[in-house]
Design a protein around this ligand. Sequence first.
Ligand SMILES: Nc1ncnc2c1ncn2[C@@H]1O[C@H](COP(=O)(O)OP(=O)(O)OP(=O)(O)O)[C@@H](O)[C@H]1O
Ligand SMILES: [Mg+2]
Length: 134
Amino acid sequence: MLKKIEAIIREDKVNDVREALKQVGILGMNIFEIRGRGRQGGIVLSGRSGSYVVDMLPKMQLNIVLSEHNLDATIQAIVKAAKTGDDGEAGDGLIFVLPVEEVVRIRTGERGHDAVMYPGDIDERSGRGKAKRE
Ligand SMILES: Nc1ncnc2c1ncn2[C@@H]1O[C@H](COP(=O)(O)OP(=O)(O)OP(=O)(O)O)[C@@H](O)[C@H]1O
Ligand SMILES: [Mg+2]
């Protein structure tokens, strides 16, 4: 089974999270600059003309398509690296997990699990990788 992680994190945690993902062997991903709001609905800023709410705050989104058996390790790595301090703070982000129907590597025609494996990745390290490197 293939899954997709959409992790919404703080901008200043991107490097820590990317490093943590590299450590566990998660290599393929997308990253986006986004704006969003959560439970608190932004922050209140005070200016000369009064105070106003900045509703949609800048965040970063990491999208990762991966095999289900790698989900727990990957989520743990993201949570640990994206959390503020030991207890976390409001605005630290959210991780969404979605099912993925199919992946096709265009060059080789590989599908599914094979299409999301990379030399030196989490699968190769755990013995699930393919012996042959392409
Ligand atoms: N229901 C949602 N659907 C999609 N994106 C969301 C949703 N809720 C929050 N987000 C995105 O996640 C970002 C971070 O949200 P945030 O960390 O503030 O979550 P929260 O639910 O308010 O939890 P906390 O109380 O820890 O702040 C938001 O800026 C927004 O981009
Ligand atoms: Mg919030």
